[in-house]
Ligand binder design. Structure first.
Ligand SMILES: C[S@@+](CC[C@H](N)C(=O)[O-])C[C@H]1O[C@@H](n2cnc3c(N)ncnc32)[C@H](O)[C@@H]1O
Length: 263
C-alpha cells in the first residue's frame, strides 16, 4: 500500500504546475464545500487542518473568510509548495498523509478536505483518525466522490467487456456510516456533468491533474481494449462524464467523551 500512496503523491506532484488550469470540477466542489463551512457556527479564529490542499482551491476560498490558525497539508510535496506560493505565509504547511495524521489529538475546531478522501485506502480508519483530532464541538467537512461518478466511463468498459481501473465510490449512506458513530453526520449530494469533447479527453483530463493512479491490483488495458472502450464511449454519445459529489459535515458533540467505535 505504501507503493500505491507513493504513486498517488508522485502523480499529483508531477501535475501541480498544470492542476489549476484543468480542475474546473474540483474548483466548483471546493467552492460548494466552502459555502457549507462558512454557514457553520465556528469559534472565533478556529484551529483548522486542511487535508489534500492541492494548489489551494479550498484554502483560497475559506481561509480569508473564516481566518484562524491553519495547517495546510497534502501528501504530495509539490502540491504543498504550489499551495504555499499561492496562499503565502498566513498558514503553516505540512507534507502529510491525511489518513495517518501525525498530530496531537483534540486540537482542531475544523478539519477540511476537498476531493482528497476518495484517495484514502481505508476511509473509516482515516475518518476515525481525523475525528480524534477534533476538539469537543469540532467538525470534519469534506467533499468526496460518490457512487455515480464516471458512470459513463464504467458503462463503456462494460460494453467492451473489461473492468475499469477507476475506484468504486460510496453512496451517501455508506459515506455517512464510514464516520465514527459519535459524530453527527449530514450529507448533501450534487451531480455535475463535465463536458466531453472527445473520448480520449476524459483520460487526458485525469492525467493533467494527476488523478490517474489506478486502483491497487487493477489490470492495465491493452491498447486494443482501450480502443474498444473509447469506441463504446463515442458510440454512446454522452453529453459528458458524471461527477457525483458528496458533501459531508460531521460534528463532534461539545461534551468531552469521544468513543472510538465506528458504525
Ligand atoms: C483532486 S486533488 C484536490 C486538491 C484540492 N483540495 C482541490 O480542491 O483542488 C486531490 C489532492 O489530494 C492529495 N491526496 C491524495 N491522497 C492523499 C492523502 N492520503 N493524504 C493527503 N493528501 C492526499 C493529492 O496529492 C491531491 O493534491
Amino acid at each position: 500500500m505504501r507503493d500505491h500512496k507513493s504513486r498517488i503523491a508522485a502523480r499529483f506532484g508531477a501535475a501541480a504546475p498544470d492542476y489549476e488550469a484543468h480542475s474546473q470540477v474540483q474548483r466548483q466542489a471546493a467552492l460548494r464545500l466552502a459555502e457549507r463551512v462558512k454557514a457553520l457556527r465556528l469559534p472565533h479564529a478556529p484551529a483548522v487542518l486542511e487535508i489534500g490542499c492541492g494548489t489551494g482551491h479550498l484554502t483560497r476560498e475559506l481561509l480569508p473568510a473564516i481566518g484562524g490558525d491553519w495547517i495546510v497539508s497534502d501528501i504530495a510535496p509539490a502540491m504543498v509548495r504550489a499551495c504555499r506560493r499561492e496562499i503565502g505565509e498566513v498558514a503553516r504547511y505540512a507534507v502529510m498523509d491525511g489518513e495517518l495524521p501525525s498530530l496531537a489529538p483534540s486540537r482542531f475546531d475544523l478539519v477540511v478536505a476537498s476531493l482528497a478522501a476518495q484517495w484514502f485506502v481505508d476511509l473509516p480508519g482515516a475518518l476515525a483518525a481525523l475525528s480524534d483530532l477534533l476538539k469537543p464541538g469540532g467538525c470534519i467537512a469534506i467533499a468526496t466522490l460518490g457512487i455515480d461518478t464516471f458512470t459513463e466511463w464504467r458503462a463503456a468498459h462494460d460494453a467492451a467487456g473489461v473492468s475499469a481501473a477507476t475506484p468504486t465510490y460510496p453512496d451517501a449512506g455508506e459515506l455517512a456510516r464510514a464516520f465514527p458513530r459519535h459524530l453527527d453526520v449530514e450529507i448533501e449530494e450534487e451531480l455535475v456533468l463535465e463536458p466531453l469533447a472527445d473520448p480520449l479527453e476524459f483520460l487526458r483530463g485525469l492525467r493533467r491533474i494527476g488523478a490517474d493512479t489506478p486502483e491497487p491490483g487493477a489490470q492495465p488495458l491493452s491498447a486494443g481494449q482501450l480502443r474498444q472502450v473509447l469506441r463504446a464511449l463515442e458510440e454512446a454519445r454522452h453529453a459528458g462524464i458524471s461527477y457525483h459529489l458528496l458533501y459531508a459535515i460531521a460534528l463532534r458533540s461539545s461534551s468531552t467523551s469521544q468513543p472510538r467505535a465506528t458504525r
